[in-house]
Design a binder for this molecule. Structure first.
Ligand code: EPU
Length: 332
């Protein structure tokens, strides 16, 4: 149902002024960044987030930047701060739901090679935030390092996995983090021990509002055949228990260790429930999949309906695990 609002002349004027102010600050920020960033950086206006998230929904980000170097990243953060433009750091977009009206923000992606390197030495991997977890798992195999096989099937980047303390198959990102590097709002780089980051189930308080730059991961010397077998098992489990259609992975946090959200949704008989092209996966109840033409609003309505049923029928409050950001689409 669309909300109909009548605004007074003053309120309309106020909104117009705010919008014009925003457009001016954005234009200034774009101009300053174009001047300062090195030629390898990517800078764009109105980047559709449906192309940058695995769920394949979401409106445009007002500004999108892929810095070529840490210096460029620091400059971008400083300029955005000076203009009062919010910053959102994108990983692989696999845990993100952007609303259809898009993001009034500067989206930063660490997709350039300077942020994606992986170097192996002395039982450790030094990984950039932009490297994918699959690349990390493969590098660990090649270096004869066990204990990182679980990363293979998580469709994320190192940076995203640090922010979320991503986990799968009984392993957690922070189990293997020896140290992590991050950049603060002023562009200063810090390095701390993994144990000091306060990592918890699906979260890392230290990195809130900050940019993960990378981590040193520690493995356990293992034989190649052993690692290959664990990789294959993780892969097999994933493909038999999780859907292949576009999704943002698990939608809700597990309410309790003994009550996985997927099982609860399954028991409630909600698999296959649809809103438009958004559907509760018939493979795993905690995955909401995009059958092709879903809008963010469809997915969010499905989130609402599933949560409502869990509360009404089981008294369980489901909390989204997926990060939900952005503006609703303006209704005419
Ligand atoms: N189950 C059902 N029906 C379903 C889905 C699951 O009965 O539709 C049952 C399973 O049979 C199993 C239990 O629920 O007994 C748990 O299921 P699963 O092993 O798939 O694990 P999960 O708790 O649902 C967690 C993570 C996943 C991760 C898997 C694999 C959360 C919210 N989810 O899922 O992470 O891949 O373990 O280790 O913690 C993600 O973070 O996006 C994500 C997918």
């Amino acid at each position: 149902m669309k909300r109909v609002m009548r605004l007074s002349g003053e309120a309309v004027e106020g909104r117009l002024a705010a919008m014009l102010g925003w457009l001016e600050r954005l234009a200034d920020l774009h101009r300053d960044m174009a001047r300062v960033l090195s030629p390898g950086s990517v800078l764009r206006r109105d980047e559709p987030m449906s192309r940058r998230t695995t769920l394949r929904v979401g409106g445009p980000a007002d500004l999108y930047v892929e810095p070529a170097t840490e210096k460029d990243l620091g400059e971008a953060l400083g300029l955005a701060r000076a203009q009062g433009v919010p910053v959102l750091v994108l990983g692989r977009g696999s845990n993100l739901l952007v609303r259809d009206g898009g993001l009034r923000a500067m989206v930063v992606s660490l997709a350039q090679p300077a942020f994606s390197r992986i170097e192996a030495a002395e039982g450790r991997l030094r990984c950039g935030a932009g490297a994918t977890l699959r690349q990390v798992a493969m590098a660990a195999r090649d270096a004869g390092l066990g204990g990182m096989e679980f990363l293979e099937g998580i469709p994320g980047s190192v940076g995203g996995a640090l922010r979320m303390n991503a986990g799968a198959m009984g392993g957690w990102m922070f189990d293997v983090v020896e140290t992590l590097r991050w950049m603060d709002e002023q562009g200063q780089v810090h390095e701390v021990a993994g144990g000091e980051a306060g990592a918890q189930y699906r979260g890392c308080p230290l990195l809130r509002g900050r940019v993960a730059l990378g981590a040193v991961l520690r493995g356990v010397a293992s034989g190649r055949a052993e690692i290959e077998a664990r990789l294959a098992e993780s892969n097999r489990k994933r493909w038999t228990t999780q859907p292949r259609q576009p999704s943002a992975g698990c939608t809700f946090k597990n309410p309790r260790p003994d009550l996985p959200a997927g099982r609860l949704i399954d028991e409630l008989g909600l698999k296959g429930m649809r809103v438009g092209d958004a559907m509760v996966s018939d493979v795993h109840g905690n995955f909401l999949v995009n059958l092709g033409g879903a809008k963010a609003a469809d997915v969010l309505e499905l989130v609402r309906r599933v949560s409502e049923r869990a509360w009404a029928e089981r008294g369980v409050e489901l909390e989204p695990e997926v990060e939900i950001v952005g503006e609703e689409e303006a209704s005419e």
